[in-house]
Design a protein around this ligand. Structure first.
Ligand code: BES
Ligand code: ZN
Length: 617
């Protein structure tokens, strides 16, 4: 494939680019279908232009027009994960610089991979159905026929017709609503996104949503059952936004709202512009998981303004975002706290490298994604190897203030564009032109194009980690006779961040005896903890120590919420407990019909369950 090409897209973005989308959605909860019409404003980049290709996935295409005239189209062969190319032949020829309006009338499939349709029983309110989208990385094409590549940026306008009991929101600024003139039982909601953005940031949610103001430019949205809890949990949002603006420059997206989704939302957070999507597992009750919001806020600069040109450069999005997220932590908490989180991140990286295998090319910072499904390639590597590289450069270039100067300047220079790692690196060398001799000593090939752990291990301050390290040591070294020495007091001095770290450290060690985890439950009562990050690691630890009573609890957590970071390792952990392997598979098969399509696909792969063997639909 030519350099600069996007191996995950069929669309012909070298010869034309989308500048604007005008979307019309009719959301049908009976058939689980969106009836859609999209008008793409396309700029032509070559002479004698008369055909183009869009990305689609499981779409039914009814009609295509170009500048109002009917256009011929064919759907090419379906690819395993890329979907099918929509090849369009225009009834006329255009030249470089001209624009046209391409209109596609279509329907989505009930199994569209971007969408999860929830029954009322799957919601908090139990009365109304619910729909949400998750387009990153390559699922937008199952909702909208488009140039589904992060190398193309466009604005959008949308009108969404939904049953009048429900509210629609999108990754855009709200632009009013009206009774649907076609059907008085429905409401049309309008949205405007005036900042050019890639297709993967298009997002839609429809449900019985309410909202509360949490800041001058922020509201939280969720079903009414959760809205007060969410308003409390995310009360620091405006402080975080201001801190981020200090670090990275003005926030250009106008509104910054947060939507708390139903439990099956597959990620912790998703940086949809103007409306971050968040898992309800962030509702710890004590704001201790708010770093996810700091992370999604940071994407407003790194990811949404400066965007990876293809998914092979995903670390540009996530590595810089983790770097900014931890800089926000540094401002709001302390440098020691940043060091503590960075050390935890290194451990996450180690775990990803262990699961993928240290020779797996997907553990490269810049992997090749030719014929690779981005969902299957997803891991902590772009986040934590990316962060580790930026932190290493920070140390070499003169510390956090100096390096933030670079990051801010990088954002300013590349805002509103999509870039590759090479462009990032060239600018690094330009910005630090007085320090190129130091930069030239960096093992760039080792960092970027070599699998496994990075060539340099940063030394982080251990002030906040020491208590976790010590408690972990006490447990791993304890003999049966020492178990009486543990008490409730051991955890009393630790913050919830430190409890997470303590359990993460234990998970890196050989499994402790089952007598030890039982004693741990006796003295710490971790079964009663609400914090999902603590509960997740605790249940993994119990299953790994082969404590049979923990297995039902692990299944409960794996199925009551669907955040992949928790659900996939929990299923895998029980699957690896020989005695319960079959039960892991049967539990998955029982629940898969109610799961998010991407989560169901990946857990099936993890548990080696045949993708065709379905639940009877
Ligand atoms: N953009 C990601 C989520 C994502 C990545 C969705 C790739 C689909 C494909 C989001 O910003 C993210 O990284 N979320 C993390 C937050 C964490 C790193 C603080 C998550 O979901 O846990
Ligand atoms: Zn992210």
């Amino acid at each position: 494939m030519a350099p600069g090409a996007d191996p995950s897209s069929f669309s012909s973005f070298a010869k034309c680019v989308t500048k604007h989308l005008n979307l019309t959605f009719h959301v049908d909860f009976d058939s689980h279908v969106i009836k859609g019409k999209v008008a793409l404003t396309v700029e032509v980049l070559e002479d004698k232009f008369s055909c183009l290709t869009l990305d689609t996935k499981d779409l039914k295409i009814a009609k295509v027009t170009a500048n109002g005239q009917g256009a011929k189209f064919t759907l090419g062969a379906q690819h395993r994960f890329k979907g099918a190319p929509l090849e369009i032949t225009l009834p006329f020829e255009l030249s470089r610089g001209q624009h046209m309006i391409l209109e596609v009338t279509y329907e989505t499939s009930p199994k569209a991979s971007a969408l999860q349709w929830l029954t009322p029983e799957q919601t908090a309110g139990k009365k109304q159905p619910y729909l949400f989208s998750q387009c990153q990385a390559t699922h937008c094409r199952s909702m909208v026929p488009c140039q589904d590549t992060p190398s193309v940026k466009h604005t959008y306008y949308a009108q969404v017709s939904v049953p009048k009991e429900l509210v629609a929101l999108m990754s855009a600024v709200r632009d009013g609503q009206e009774v649907d003139p076609q059907d008085s039982g429905r409401t049309i909601y309008r949205f405007r996104q005036a900042v050019p953005m890639p297709s993967y940031l298009i997002a839609l949610v429809v449900g019985a949503l309410e909202s509360r103001e949490i800041g001058p430019r922020s509201r939280v949205w969720s079903e009414k059952e959760l809205v007060d809890q969410a308003a409390y949990e995310f009360a620091e949002t405006e402080t975080m936004l201001k801190t981020a603006e200090q670090l990275a420059g003005p926030y250009v997206w106008g509104q910054y709202d947060i939507l708390v989704l139903p439990p099956s939302f597959p990620y912790g957070g998703m940086e949809n512009p103007c409306l971050t999507f968040a898992t309800p597992t962030l509702l710890a009750g004590d704001r201790s998981l708010s770093n996810v919001i700091a992370h999604e806020i940071s994407h407003s600069w790194t990811g949404n303004l400066v965007t990876n040109k293809t998914w092979e450069h995903f670390w540009l999005n996530e590595g810089h975002t983790v770097y900014l997220e931890r800089m926000i932590g540094r401002s709001m908490e302390s440098e020691q706290f940043r060091q503590f989180k960075a050390m935890g991140g290194w451990k996450e990286l180690q775990e990803s490298v262990n699961t993928f295998g240290a020779n797996n090319p997907l553990t490269n910072l810049v992997p090749s994604l030719e014929e690779v499904d981005t969902d299957e390639a997803f891991s902590s590597v772009p986040y934590e190897k990316g962060f580790a590289l930026l932190y290493h450069l920070e140390e070499l270039m003169g510390g956090p203030e100096v390096f933030m100067g670079f990051v801010k300047s990088y954002i300013q220079l590349f805002a509103y564009s999509s870039i590759t790692t090479e462009e990032w690196k060239n600018y690094l060398f330009t910005y630090f032109k007085d320090k190129v001799d130091i930069l030239n000593k960096v093992d760039w090939n080792g960092w970027m194009n070599t699998p496994g752990m990075p060539p340099v291990k940063p030394q982080y301050d251990t002030t906040l980690a020491d208590a976790c390290i010590n408690l972990c040591k006490r447990w791993t070294q304890a003999k049966e006779a020492d178990l009486a020495g543990f008490s409730e007091a051991d955890l009393k001095a630790l913050s919830s961040h430190q409890v997470i770290e303590f359990l993460a450290l234990l998970l890196q060690e050989e499994p402790i005896p089952v007598s030890h985890v039982k004693r741990m439950q006796e003295v710490y009562n971790l079964n009663a903890v609400k914090n999902a990050e603590i509960k997740f690691r605790w249940l993994r630890l119990c299953v790994r120590s082969k404590w049979e009573e923990a297995v039902p609890l692990a299944f409960k957590m794996a199925t009551e919420q669907g955040r992949m970071k928790f659900t996939r390792p929990l299923f895998r952990e029980v699957y690896n407990f020989d005695k319960f392997r079959d039960e892991a598979v049967s539990t998955f098969i029982k629940y898969r019909g109610a799961m998010h399509p991407v989560t169901a696909f990946l857990v099936a792969k993890d548990l080696k369950v045949d993708q065709g063997q379905s639940t009877g639909f």
